[in-house]
Design a protein around this ligand. Structure first.
Ligand code: ADP
Ligand code: ZN
Ligand code: ZN
Length: 741
């Protein structure tokens, strides 16, 4: 270690957005005030021949590197740390845990504009207000121009109006401009204000909690860390408990952060929060532009936004007065990032809440087995709601054995009859099918040719609108052949069901009713989903057909029948989570039926009605299924009983990826010479061995305890980074992987 006792150099340890698992040392910028240098500040530095913006992680006087080789940083950006120490430490902890380069983890936490050097300051908002001269006008002045008079009157009563309020009053901006020209009105920039008296907290009265809700609610302690699993069926009143827990938090002068699944943040959800609370709420979702995202981030940081609702990455929102974290539908896969910084927002939320000393509520009707296990072991406090709130009755799932049945484009006659019956009674039906497109593939009746993707080990999906073949794995597309490319026969036909095909069939069967298809294709445009659902919310009898996009977040008051076309895929998945996911998805879909006064009916078509998992789910429900799967996981030594990490490698030449993983295993075994707690599996081909012209392999490492696995991974990652083999392939480490493919 270099140590210079006399004139100690001022050094900055900086996390940079580069794919290396380390930070970099620089001298402080020339002329920088040492007292102003703190962790969390953004800093511009030279890196090779380019300039990068990084974050100061530590200010120090010693370096393990040779001081002659260090360069000075160029410039400190802004005068106060962009990331407070709480978030900075959380990100660094997470980078370490998930084996991610610290600079990349910190990138995830920062809005794009901040990464580009934009000041971390609220812009303020331009508002119109009266000048002294304007204030001098009598009430009822400017009568000759009614719009000008209206604006004047509004400003006289309200003091200020922003652009949005102006357009709500239907006053054109030119009118405001006229009054500015006359010297009666000015435009000033106003920074939003954090102070709102708590007497005005609520816009509507909270519901009176049921006994069961009250019992759960009463257990929440707002002054210390605890993770709660709020386990209650769809419609059992979990959201009402969130709302009341948030109210308690707000009354204590604290902020609430709520995470929802990627497609769960519907205008309906947001509206429900806005209807209840009279305080600033910000929503962080994919529809925001970079400026809006930064504004929301700043509003939260400065304590102006009191409730923050967002998807996965909103976990990294800075909070001035953090009071509670809530994760709705905690089992949802979207809380785990699948590339780059592969973090689980749910698991990190527990780390964040623990460090902040605040409660975390995980809510779900179908908790993940990890969470359920933690609750059953007593690590999480287990809150259960068994009844449905209000008058709604739980739907019963009817198992429909379709072995040997003549199916009409995938539908059993009994299902078709049930749909007709539902429409006849003036209600709505929902058909669930987790495959978009027209059909999963195209087949030649004469020679058996199948439409395979040339780039993947996968079939191409047939699409009708527009007509083409599409690989859902690599996005490759080509035209629909008229004749078999192999034998030139004209008897080529789409095989199996997709949502487009079901839509066509249903429209033929029920020509008098609207059929609304909801999947990634039909909702691609902005607000696509909302536009499609207008008809559903109007309450007219109709049929909804769609993928899992229908299963989440939406509240369909008039849907009384759910038909699940095919749920068998999950039973035979090679991913050990297949059965768990199937159970969760089926119950989420089933939960769409009969949410209000009308009772619901759910029909599950299956070729495997006597499969133990199907039987358990239908006869005894999700929790019995979860018990069964947990027992299996314990026997087979899988999560939550073991800790898993995957090292993935892919390359154009299979051998390069395999060699890399062989090296990884060899290095690991050397690092942890026969370690009783660690097991290795692989290198093995991924479930889809070839995708997008790359061959994919993986090495699984599992451990009875977290710590030895963590220690191994951090040493291993550094060694792999240096290996020449690593430069020829793509590789990554996934800690607590959710997708095994
Ligand atoms: P979940 O989040 O578990 O799906 P919600 O909180 O959305 O359940 O409640 C389902 C429905 O029941 C909503 O319409 C809600 O307004 C209503 N509800 C919830 N709690 C109560 C209650 N205590 N009394 C009456 N209605 C309630
Ligand atoms: Zn053929
Ligand atoms: Zn493909």
């Amino acid at each position: 270690m270099t140590h210079i006792p006399s004139t100690e150099p001022l050094l900055l340890e900086i996390a940079l957005p580069v794919p290396l698992r380390r930070c970099f040392d620089y001298f402080a910028p020339v002329g920088a005030n040492p007292a102003g240098l703190q962790p969390g500040l953004l800093v511009r530095v030279p890196f090779g021949h380019q300039e990068l913006i990084g974050i100061i992680v530590r200010v120090k006087t010693e370096s393990v590197q040779n001081l002659d080789k260090l360069r000075p940083a160029l410039e400190i950006i802004g005068s106060r740390p962009t990331l407070d120490s709480e978030l900075l430490d959380l990100c660094l902890w997470a980078a370490d845990y998930y084996q991610c380069p610290p600079g990349e983890a910190l990138q995830t936490a920062l809005p794009v504009l901040l990464r580009q050097g934009e000041p971390a300051q609220l812009r303020g908002e331009p508002v119109f207000q009266l000048t002294t001269e304007g204030k001098g006008l009598p009430v009822g002045a400017l009568k000759r121009s009614p719009k000008q008079a209206a604006l004047l009157a509004a400003l006289q009563t309200r003091g200020q109006l922003n652009r949005n309020e102006l357009s709500l009053l239907e006053i054109p901006r030119t009118i405001a401009k006229n009054l500015i020209d006359k010297g009666l009105v000015t435009l000033v920039n106003v920074i939003p204000d954090a102070s709102t008296p708590s007497s005005q907290l609520l816009r509507e009265q909270p519901l009176v909690l049921s006994d069961e809700q009250q019992t759960a609610f009463a257990q929440i302690d707002y002054s210390s860390f605890q993770t709660y699993l709020l386990d209650g069926a769809t419609g059992s009143g979990k959201t009402e408990i969130y709302l009341q827990a948030i109210e308690q938090t707000l009354r204590r002068g604290k902020q609430a952060l709520v995470l929802v699944p990627e497609i769960g943040l519907t205008p309906q959800t947001l509206e429900r929060f806005q209807r209840r609370f009279n305080l600033p709420i910000v929503a962080l979702h994919s529809g925001l532009n970079d400026r809006e995202r930064l504004d929301a981030w700043l509003l939260a940081r400065d304590g102006i936004a009191r409730i923050i609702i967002g998807t996965r990455s909103a976990l990294f929102t800075p909070l001035k007065e953090p009071g509670i974290l809530i994760i709705d539908e905690e089992h949802d896969g979207s809380f785990k990032q699948q590339d780059g910084f592969r973090y689980s927002a749910r698991d990190l939320a527990a780390v964040r809440a623990h460090r902040l000393g605040i409660p975390l509520i995980l809510g779900s009707a179908t908790p993940s087995l990890e969470t359920l296990h933690n609750a059953l072991q007593g690590r999480y406090q287990y809150l259960r709601l068994k009844a449905r709130a209000g008058n709604a009755k739980p739907p019963e799932i009817e198992l429909l054995d379709i072995r040997g049945e003549i199916l009409h484009e995938g539908f059993a006659q009994a299902s078709i009859d049930a749909i007709g019956d539902t429409l006849g009674k003036g209600n709505q039906a929902l058909v669930f099918l987790n495959r978009r497109g027209y059909a999963p593939t195209l087949e030649c009746h004469d020679c058996g040719w199948l439409a395979n993707c040339n780039h993947c080990d996968a079939r191409m999906t047939v699409h009708q609108t527009p007509r083409h073949l599409h690989c859902h794995h690599c996005d490759h597309q080509r035209g629909l052949p008229k004749r078999c490319p192999s034998c030139n026969s004209s008897k080529i036909q789409p095989i199996g069901q997709g949502t487009e095909r079901s839509e066509v069939v249903l429209q033929q069967l029920f020509p008098a009713h609207k059929v609304i298809r909801v999947d990634r294709d039909s909702t691609r445009n902005k607000d696509g989903m909302q536009k499609l659902l207008v008809d559903v919310h109007s309450g007219d009898p109709c049929i909804l057909v769609g993928t899992q996009m229908l299963a989440k977040g939406h509240h369909f008051a008039d849907v009384t029948l759910v038909v699940i076309i095919d749920a068998d895929a999950g039973l035979f998945s090679t991913d050990f989570r297949g059965a768990e996911r199937m159970g969760q998805l089926l119950l989420q879909v089933a939960g769409r039926a009969g949410r209000e006064e009308k009772s619901g009916r759910v029909i599950l078509q299956s070729h495997h009605t006597d499969h133990p998992l199907v039987q358990t789910l239908v006869q005894q429900g999700y929790h019995a299924l979860a018990d069964l799967i947990l027992q299996e996981r314990q026997i087979t030594q899988l999560p939550p009983y073991r800790h898993l990490a995957l090292i993935r490698a892919e390359s154009k030449q299979a051998i390069a990826a395999v060699d890399f993983l062989k090296l990884a295993r060899h290095l690991a075994e050397q690092l942890q010479a026969p370690h009783p707690l660690l097991n290795y599996l692989g290198p093995l081909p991924a479930m889809m061995e070839k995708r997008g012209d790359r061959f994919r392999y993986q090495l699984q490492i599992n451990s009875a305890q977290r710590k030895p696995l963590q220690q191994l991974l951090s040493q291993l990652a550094l060694q792999l980074e240096l290996s020449p083999l690593a430069k020829r392939i793509r590789w990554s480490i996934d800690v607590d992987p959710q997708e095994m493919g």
